[in-house]
Write a protein that binds this ligand. Structure first.
Ligand SMILES: Cc1cc2nc3c(=O)[nH]c(=O)nc-3n(C[C@H](O)[C@H](O)[C@H](O)COP(=O)(O)OP(=O)(O)OC[C@H]3O[C@@H](n4cnc5c(N)ncnc54)[C@H](O)[C@@H]3O)c2cc1C
Length: 512
């Protein structure tokens, strides 16, 4: 018989598996010899003396539910569906298609993860960027070289669980199934992505790497295939478009053909980087829990002049990386390994950007916010991957830093007046936001922190609309715009869920 129990324990007990099992067995009133259990939910409360709250399902006769996914079928001779983009959205869509008996043909402009690792290493070494294989493009999408945070605001638990279970099946740690803030880390993510490829190809699905989709083939207003950069014409009755939000050429394709797209508000700002120890001290109240607790996180938000300013995509123990997909622009982001053992804590701190801010680009219609994003990415450019930066205390005072704080940013930082490289409203809101954050987390504004720019790829500045029921583009039948690039998701987990939903829709429509 299964039952659910709740326990609250200190970090020492949490770290000692034997002790933890003893407590579970006592609370469940089951002899430890017969005890089996799974943790359903775990959260760390560090507001006072840190404690873990656990929600545990226990059983005395080993009848706990399986976490294995729906079986993957042999689809070698099945009906084909094109999936454009091998990011979290495209890959999860492809897996679901296989579970439904459909054959995915995955077309990816970038390289396989093994080769992509070299391209990414070149960027960090300040060598030329491969414009088709980098932090944004290539197998696994923008999520591969990331922190791999998996929490999402999506509250459809069943959907979130399905994604997490698939990730575990393909090599992620089981802990992600119950942690309140699960994360994978780039070392594990690249392995997971490779394992997914092996399963997809074993089942008869196909990948075309280093192949960019350049256009759609239409019959009347129906998409019946795509053309690629390799001169191929690939036909299929359904096309999932999961190209992510850095594929500006896809938005341009829609714009040039007068296919419906819309502006979508996004957010822009900087990455702030502190020593991790300092964040631990603030969050864990100066007590030394370093050997027992994970590197501390934070999540902060404020409002100034009717605009939101908020921390986003925080990477404890991570590094700041340059993520432009081409020369002449500067964009940054954060990533980490599963251990999150680095010396620094970084987070985006960004300000909401809306249609009104892009009036100077109104002639570009639905692309106006994209043009605004591109303008400020160019403005942040200095020299290859050397990145403009300012100490946080100096930024608040409006003073150029004579010395920058230590940083994880490998290509190198150059001291700059960040106000000149950011829109005025972003500067004003960042200053107000940081000041408020410092009230909530005393010591946040410090000479030990730098701001590094530009953080602009927070979400898509364009939406490719779709019908709520069919998930198809209103003008282009059989085209399923999905994931972050279509403006229907933000982050790894929600993009993956969106891909699964699209594949389910297609299966229903095709009657399989
Ligand atoms: C450094 C970094 C760290 C991040 N950290 C996190 C994090 O910790 N947690 C989190 O939730 N999110 C994080 N994100 C964001 C997350 O990666 C994205 O939200 C997510 O990957 C979006 O998934 P997607 O499949 O919709 O698009 P993408 O992951 O962008 O994938 C799109 C794919 O389509 C391909 N493509 C584009 N155009 C074409 C074309 N014309 N033809 C063929 N292929 C094409 C691209 O090469 C790419 O592989 C991070 C992003 C970056 C860059």
């Amino acid at each position: 018989m299964r039952k659910s129990i709740q326990i609250t324990i200190d970090p020492q007990t949490y770290a000692d598996k034997k002790q933890l099992e003893k407590i579970i067995s006592k609370k469940a009133d089951i002899d430890s010899k017969y005890l089996s259990y799974i943790i359903n939910k775990e959260s760390l409360d560090a507001r006072k003396n840190p404690v873990y709250h656990l929600d545990v399902m226990v059983s005395s006769n080993n009848d706990l539910p399986s976490i294995d996914p729906e079986p993957f079928l042999n689809v070698s001779n099945s009906m084909e569906v094109i999936v454009v983009g091998a990011g979290p959205c495209g890959l999860m869509a492809a897996l679901k298609l296989i579970q439904k008996g459909l054959k995915p043909i995955i077309i990816e402009r970038g390289s396989e993860v093994e080769n992509r690792k070299k391209d990414v290493a070149n960027i960090v070494r300040n060598e030329p960027i491969n414009e088709e294989s980098n932090f944004c493009f290539g197998e696994g999408g923008a999520g591969t070289f990331s922190d791999g945070k998996l929490y999402t605001r999506s509250n459809k638990k069943g959907n979130v669980d399905e994604v997490l279970r698939l990730l575990v099946y393909f090599g992620a740690e089981k802990e992600i199934l119950y942690q309140s803030h699960p994360h994978i880390g780039t070392d594990v993510l690249s392995r997971v992505v490779k394992n997914i490829r092996e399963e997809i190809t074993k089942c008869g699905g196909e990948y075309l790497f280093d192949t960019k989709v350049e256009n759609f083939i239409l019959r009347d207003n129906e998409v019946i295939g795509v053309t690629t950069s390799e001169g191929e014409v690939i036909m299929a009755s359904k096309v999932i478009l999961a190209t992510g939000h850095s594929a500006a050429d896809i938005y341009q394709l829609f714009y040039d053909n007068n296919w419906l797209i819309e502006m979508k508000p996004f957010a822009m700002g900087v990455r702030v980087e502190h020593p991790q120890e300092l964040i631990n001290e603030i969050q864990y109240h100066n007590k030394d829990y370093s050997s027992l607790l994970p590197p501390a996180e934070y999540s902060l938000a404020a409002n100034y002049n009717d605009r939101g300013v908020f921390s986003f995509c925080m990477c404890p123990g991570g590094i700041v990386v340059p993520t432009p997909e081409k020369e002449g622009i500067m964009v940054v982001n954060g990533m980490s390994n599963s251990s999150r053992s680095g010396k620094f804590a970084n987070s985006a701190v960004v300000v909401s950007v809306n249609e009104k801010d892009a009036e100077e680009f109104s002639e570009f219609g639905a692309l106006a916010l994209l043009k605004l994003q591109q303008k400020w990415e160019k403005q942040m450019y200095f020299d290859r991957r050397i990145c403009p930066s300012q100490r946080l205390d100096d930024f608040i005072k409006g003073k150029v830093s004579s010395v920058l704080a230590d940083s994880s940013f490998k290509p190198g930082l150059v001291s700059a007046n960040m106000e000149e490289r950011l829109p005025n409203f972003v500067t004003e809101n960042l200053k107000a936001g940081f000041t408020e954050f410092n009230r909530k987390m005393k010591g946040f504004i410090t000479k030990e922190a730098n701001i590094i720019g530009l953080e602009s790829r927070t979400s898509s500045p364009v939406r490719i609309p779709r019908d709520k029921n069919t998930m198809q583009h209103p003008q282009l039948k059989n085209l399923y715009p999905c994931g972050e690039g279509a403006g229907y998701a933000g982050g790894i987990t929600s993009s993956a869920i969106d891909g699964i939903n699209a594949a389910n829709k297609i299966a229903t429509e095709l009657g399989v």
